[in-house]
Write a protein that binds this ligand. Structure first.
Ligand code: PHE
Length: 425
């Protein structure tokens, strides 16, 4: 039996009147898309992670999406009546446990345990939602955080200088900020008890860090696309509100004619550091949804494709590479096997896959999606060689009828017999 970190059986959910996780959602929690390094979501995660220095930002894994209501909401300063807590928005295992609705559920733990001043987390998250091209009740986020401690500092000035020195180390990004926000104002206030200088220094470190990462990611993509113009990437900062940061912002980038919202971020609420057992610290946090950005960068038209187990989806991607997704038919395919004995004295090596491919292409054209050799053996007595190929018939435009596939299959078999003298099985 699978066990979670506390050694509890993972399926030992004590149900109560709050339980609303369905079997379908439960199944999704076991898919672990991010553990496949060749999945586009993992490729994007790894590219983003690689932009944060490893010695400064610890990478942490939280494979189990089951968290406490405290971790997901209370520790992050969510008001008792916050809409996000409602049963219509959140999947509850029971009154005390939910499927995390965001990776922020791991902020307190991450700020508490790591020896490095920064952390990065990527994980699956769940929210009750309709399903369409851009919405799915399970998706993926990454979280980042960075903190400083004033311990050993003799003045606020010295502390601010330390944060500013770290900001100065961030490589300059080539992006163009077309709209910025004030560091803080009445509608997006600094926290009581945090000096304006510290708030501004944190804001600058946050903005420069994230501008640089975004600039580099989009620059790499544009480099691989010869049609892309070399104009600097345009971004804008927008005021936002989150219970666990203040002030807070969202970043948007201008990409292929539209403003695309990338992430939420802000100066971490002191309450979070208090919960983490480090009330003296200050810092910032960011949370980014991976699907929307991956859809834009890889040209993936439908969020449901990320959950596809179809090799025609999964086999298109390579770790470290952002390539354009090639759409394939959404109409069902049908497999047919073509098996035959080679002419006496012919070895399987003398019959080339391409010989069959050419016949298939001639007979069926675009109605064949794939051909693969699935079996090959030598008869122990007669020493004759047998081959079996599996042909996937599929159309980009319509569902194929069995009758027409049968005609095509017969045609392929007959042509093989005539051209290569094989004995059909
Ligand atoms: N958790 C927030 C969300 O899901 C994003 C966020 C993370 C905002 C960290 C600020 C800081 O929308």
């Amino acid at each position: 039996q699978a066990r979670n970190e506390e050694g509890k059986r993972e399926d030992s959910i004590e149900k109560d009147e709050w339980t609303n996780v369905t079997a379908t959602i439960e199944r999704l929690t076991h898919r672990k898309l991010l553990s496949n390094p060749a999945h586009p979501l993992s490729i994007l995660r790894d590219i983003i992670f690689s932009k944060f220095p490893e010695r400064e930002y610890t990478r942490a894994n939280f494979p189990n999406p089951r968290v406490s209501v405290y971790e997901n909401f209370d520790s992050l300063n969510f008001a008792p009546d916050h809409i996000g807590r409602s049963k219509t928005d959140t999947y509850y295992l029971n009154k005390h446990e939910v499927l995390r609705t965001h990776t922020s559920a791991h902020q307190v733990e991450s700020f508490r345990v790591h020896p490095t001043p920064g952390f990065l987390v990527a994980a699956d998250v769940y929210r009750r939602d309709e399903i369409d091209r851009t919405h799915y009740p399970a998706f993926h986020q990454m979280e980042g955080g960075r903190w400083w401690s004033p311990e050993g500092m003799s003045s606020v000035k010295e502390f601010v200088a330390k944060i500013e020195a770290d900001t100065a180390k961030i490589p300059v990004s080539g992006i163009k900020i077309v709209d910025d926000t004030l560091p803080f104002h009445d509608g997006n206030p600094r926290q009581d008890g945090q000096s304006p200088e510290v708030c501004i220094a944190l804001t600058n470190h946050l903005k420069r860090s994230l501008e640089r990462v975004v600039g580099e990611i989009f620059e790499n993509i544009a480099d691989g696309d010869p049609s892309a113009t070399k104009e600097p990437l345009q971004i804008r900062w927008i005021d936002a509100t989150f219970p666990f940061t203040s002030p807070s912002w969202e970043m948007e980038v201008y990409w292929q004619g539209d403003w695309l919202e990338l992430f939420g971020c802000g100066v971490t609420q002191q309450r979070v550091f208090e919960q983490a057992g480090h009330p003296e610290r200050v810092g910032w946090a960011v949370g980014l949804g991976l699907e929307r950005l991956a859809m834009v960068l890889f040209g993936i038209p439908d969020i449901r494709l990320f959950w596809s187990e179809d090799p025609r989806f999964l086999e298109q991607f390579t770790p470290g590479v952002v390539n354009a997704f090639k759409p394939f038919s959404k109409y069902p395919g049908t497999y047919r096997d073509v098996a035959f004995w080679l002419k006496d004295g012919t070895t399987p090596e003398q019959f080339h896959d391409n010989d069959l491919m050419d016949i298939v292409r001639e007979v069926a054209g675009d109605l064949v999606e794939n051909v693969s050799l699935i079996d090959k053996f030598t008869h122990p007595k007669t020493k004759r060689n047998s081959l079996c190929y599996r042909v996937l018939f599929q159309s980009m435009e319509r569902t194929l009828y069995n009758d027409e596939i049968n005609v095509l299959q017969d045609n392929i078999r007959e042509t093989l017999k005539i051209k290569f003298g094989v004995e059909l099985r």
